[in-house]
Design a protein around this ligand. Structure first.
Ligand code: G
Ligand code: G
Ligand code: G
Ligand code: MN
Ligand code: NA
Length: 252
């Protein structure tokens, strides 16, 4: 049976879940929020990785209702976090281009009571590649509401620095492959350059995939603002992340 058949049935059968991975401010060591990561527990297939089902969901268009579910669920969970913490949600290009996307975001915020300033939408560079006016308009509209836009997996794919000028972006997330290879001179130079670029442009830089104290030290020494990765915390269930946030979060 094709994956798309099982995927189609999975949403009404409530087979999806969200895990949350903490994001830390490097200078203060405080947890400033978490990224929602989708999980599919299929009775027939077991756990299916997002890298395997998200592309299929994008091809079939199922990513639109699935992404909307994730957004609503993430906001509902974040509504019970201590005030001021960020919730980051991944948004696929297909979703962003679908009509009514901005409306569905506004609705998720209103329904949950999460302030717009606490929501961060993570998009990849492929979203920006076609340079459509509609996408630019949607991003501007969301940003005017106070929602932050993060460029995910930065440095991979078809990165163009021009995107940073043409599109409203609040944050860059350095792809974890560069952090993994930071022991290597060239990767270290790339990481430093992205951090410098963010500082110059007034864009927050987050390092992804931080697994060792050595990597965290290098990032701190180079002025990287935020870190995410197994060292700081693995993707966890809502109850677990809630505990972590209560003990490690910025006290306001
Ligand atoms: O708080 P806890 O020990 O559960 O933290 C899990 C991980 O986060 C540990 O591996 C530790 O290295 C890192 N960590 C914990 N507290 C801090 C902190 O205040 N600052 C920094 N930079 N890292 C921390
Ligand atoms: O959690 P994990 O490393 O398996 O995630 C793999 C990929 O799946 C990441 O690139 C992540 O951005 C993507 N992903 C996870 N959750 C979502 C989601 O809710 N929506 C979209 N579009 N992508 C997601
Ligand atoms: O592409 P995106 O950044 O949205 O997805 C994050 C993915 O990275 C998730 O699948 C998550 O499980 C994974 N991830 C998070 N922290 C680490 C890490 O420290 N090391 C590795 N290898 N993967 C990580
Ligand atoms: Mn992401
Ligand atoms: Na990423």
């Amino acid at each position: 049976r094709a994956l798309e058949v099982d995927l189609e049935a999975a949403l009404p059968r409530q087979e999806f879940d969200l895990d949350f991975q903490p994001i830390m401010n490097i200078a203060s060591g405080e947890i400033i929020g978490a990224e929602a990561l989708m999980r599919w527990h299929s009775p027939a297939r077991g756990r299916v990785a997002p890298d395997d089902f998200i592309p299929v969901a994008e091809e079939t268009g199922l990513i639109v209702p699935l992404g909307e579910w994730a957004l609503r669920k993430a906001c509902a969970v974040a509504a019970s976090w201590p005030p001021g913490l960020r919730i980051a949600v991944n948004v696929s290009a297909v979703q962003l281009k679908s009509s009514g996307f901005a409306r569905s975001v506004i609705s998720a915020l209103a329904f949950s009571g999460v302030p717009a300033g606490q929501l961060e939408l993570e998009i990849t560079e492929t979203v920006l590649m076609d340079e459509s006016k509609a996408v630019l308009k949607t991003l501007r509209q969301l940003r005017e509401l106070g929602i932050r836009i993060a460029l995910d997996d930065f440095g991979t794919g078809y990165s163009s620095l021009g995107y940073l000028r043409r599109f409203p972006v609040d944050k860059i997330k350095i792809d974890r492959s560069f952090i993994r290879d930071m022991g290597n001179r060239d990767s270290a130079a790339i990481v430093r350059t992205i951090i410098g670029l963010g500082a110059e442009l007034g864009i927050v830089v987050t390092a992804e995939g931080v697994e060792t104290e050595r990597q965290l030290d290098m990032l701190r020494d180079n002025g990287c603002v935020e870190a995410q990765g197994y060292l700081i915390g693995v993707p966890s269930k809502p109850a677990e992340i809630q505990r972590l946030l209560k003990s490690r979060a910025t006290r306001s």
